[in-house]
Design a protein around this ligand. Sequence first.
Ligand code: AMP
Ligand code: MG
Length: 322
Amino acid sequence: MITLGIEGTAHTLGIGVVDSRYEVLADIREIYEPVRGIHPREASQFMSENIKKVLDAALTKADVCMGEVGLVSFSQGPGMGPCLRTIATAARALSLHYGIPILGVNHCIAHIEVGKILCGLKDPLTLYVSGGNTQILKLKEGYYRIFGETLDIGVGNMLDKFGRETDLKHPAGPKIEKLARKGARYIELPYVVKGTDLSFSGLLTSALQKTKDNPIEDVCFSLQETAFAMLTEVTERALAHLAAKEVLLTGGVGNNMRLQEMLGVMAEDHDALFDVPRGYCSDNGVMIALLGLLMHNSGIRSDISQTYVKQRFRTDTVEIKW
Ligand code: AMP
Ligand code: MG
């Protein structure tokens, strides 16, 4: 069965097409570039303006027509309300017009499942790090339980906010990574870990202050070293506690090579496998299609009345039946 997945929780409008063997047939993404932080209404306008183009490109790339699509899935939350409503409307229109079943899926779980499928992992401890989310999760008794999370802002959001104040273009994560490679001197910054929870806002404020009398490269280096050491520490604590044998890194910040390196070393110390869904860490439609297909194959169905969006859709409220 051909499944079409629509992603649009914040900055990325993505449409993915997968077949019944979970093979990727198309992965088209258009990314909204905000001037100063993501404006929900502007981002949603970007989605409605681009959805037709992205859909056409995805169908062409996959070499399928809408008549061959057996399931439409879309990001139901968490995310920005206007963006979610825009893509939900598009998914409903496709479902009703072509008479195709529809499923709303949890965006965070999609990040985990794409990692499990592409990396071939069975039961990983997941570090999910994106703009809005920072969580350590593991499947336990039918739900992805959250063993640790940020108490304030997501690590990606922290990097993007740092970039906004230092004139790096959005998204700042990749630019900070590049600058950090040229940094050499570690500047002490607040390191805030509480059990397996984290906090990034004090680190952000302090790092911004340090830019006044230190080279930006050294601040970026220190910011990464501090934030990623915090993430590695809490992941290690959860790993030891849960005796996990696999570690999965996912979400946009998972693209970062330094974070991958630190987690890889930590996992090796515990004889655990470590992997990253390379090319699919950032938001994309493929992960939405894959999760829709997994849910459909486990017998989950929904009708249009159940497709309202959930801005604060918690990862640990979805029963995992697959
Ligand atoms: P997502 O919403 O999952 O696509 O993640 C977006 C977040 O990932 C943004 O905050 C980006 O700044 C961040 N990001 C993307 N690439 C990198 C990178 N190479 N290093 C650090 N953060 C990154
Ligand atoms: Mg995401």
